[in-house]
Write a protein that binds this ligand. Structure first.
Ligand code: PLP
Length: 400
């Protein structure tokens, strides 16, 4: 067996991947499982996007592209950011990668030295702390409160910044909380950031268009244009266009940072798939009705899920303003006992109870840095959501 590098010992595989493996196992054993763990849209990629990919293959666009993406895709991204952010980015401020995930990893790799601190408000997307650790940095977890809508406040930010702080990671709409930072929230954070010019902001906006507030989630880059060069906007087509498997994400930020990301990309993947780039360009520059059609569907499911969860004694769902998850406070179940005599001591126990007794797969909050909670995904049909909630209600009702 091989000897792993030190950095390997600092990180773990994603808990969502582990949950998916458990669901597959139970299903293979013949159990009917309602799967509420999925982090991807249940919709199919829009037809015009698929057609664009097929056309690209037929035209022979099957070779390496420039490291920072095809000129057409970069142009489409600039157009999209102008539409959504009102910001005119130059070509040298844009890069593309194999998913937002890869772009975030490369951005950290390009900027984080040993011991540098990266501020991560909790609950957080599972990958941030491990990505920071993998790059020798120190994740600094900042718990948020229900009172603040699970968003980082200006005072909390101010108190957390040290002379080692390199990044603040902001994710709005947030996975798993669905919290959306308003323009006012972002202005307050911007005030603090102006006093700390060495801190940059990684603004993960992958869910920005899946917003239930009536408008896309605002971006720090638009709210505080004077900070624009310290904000790396990361987004992609995975969630908004149901294109998770195409692996295409992008970022917009200062040319020096974008250049560094490009250097790393040139030595790792060279470029994302040429075919996916053609598809993403079609998604970003073509008709946007897919988003207009799917967001109301997500909103309806959100309402069903939140109402159903709130009606279960012991559970307190956070109503999300965006993305497709509900983060559920299950403190009311801790200390209760199952019919077979086991006491629920953690959200991991709650999650196992729901899997075994309700046949419902959810992900425990410990993976997201805030417990005791669990996350459900409503990127699945309403029938499944309703049936899963009934099963959760029954399994919770059996607790003593
Ligand atoms: N950021 C957040 C908050 C996510 O939830 C995800 C996907 O789960 C990503 C980034 C990465 O998406 P992708 O790499 O598919 O662009």
């Amino acid at each position: 067996s091989f000897r792993g590098a030190e950095r390997l010992a600092r990180i773990a595989p994603s808990p969502s991947t582990a949950a998916a493996a458990r669901v597959r196992e139970l299903k293979a054993a013949g159990r009917r499982i309602f799967d509420l763990t999925v982090g991807e849209p249940d919709f199919d990629t829009p037809d015009h996007v698929k057609e664009a990919a097929i056309a690209a293959i037929r035209r022979g666009e099957t070779k390496y592209t420039p490291v920072n993406g095809t000129p057409r895709l970069r142009e489409a991204i600039r157009g999209s950011l102008l539409r959504t952010h009102g910001i005119e980015y130059s070509d040298s401020e844009i890069t593309v990668g194999g998913g937002g995930k890869q772009v975030i990893f490369l951005a950290l790799m390009a900027t984080v030295d040993a011991g540098d601190e990266v501020l991560i408000p909790a609950p957080y997307w599972v990958s941030y702390p491990d990505m920071v650790r993998a790059n020798d940095g120190r994740p600094v977890i900042l718990p948020t409160s229900a009172d603040a809508g699970y968003k980082l406040t200006a005072d909390e930010l101010e108190a957390a910044i040290t002379d080692r702080t390199t990044w603040l990671i902001l994710n709005s709409p947030g996975n798993p909380s669905g919290a959306v930072y308003t323009a006012e929230d972002l202005s307050a954070l911007a005030e603090v950031l102006r006093r700390h010019p060495a801190v940059s902001v990684l603004s993960d906006e992958i869910y920005s268009e899946i917003s239930f507030t009536g408008a896309p989630a605002p971006s720090l880059a638009s709210v505080a244009p004077d900070l624009r060069h310290r904000v790396l906007v990361v987004s992609g087509v995975s969630k908004s266009f149901a294109m998770t498997g195409w692996r295409l994400g992008y970022a917009a930020g200062d040319p020096s940072l974008v250049g560094a990301i490009n250097t790393l990309q040139s030595q790792t993947s060279s470029c994302p798939s040429s075919i996916s780039q053609a598809a993403a360009a079609a998604a970003l520059e073509g008709p946007q009705d897919f988003i207009a059609e799917t967001v109301p569907v997500y909103r309806e499911r959100r309402d069903v899920a939140v109402a159903g969860l709130a009606a279960i004694d012991g559970l307190r769902p956070i109503a999300p303003d965006g993305a497709f998850y509900v983060y559920v406070d299950c403190a009311g179940l801790i200390g209760k006992t199952t019919a077979d005599g086991r006491t629920l001591e953690s959200d991991q126990d709650v999650t196992l109870h729901l899997l075994e007794h309700a046949g419902v797969a959810v992900i425990q909050g410990s993976g997201y840095g805030q417990s005791p909670f669990f996350r459900i995904s409503f990127a699945t049909d309403t029938g499944t959501i309703t049936a899963a909630l009934a099963a959760i209600g029954a399994a919770v009702g059996d607790l003593r």
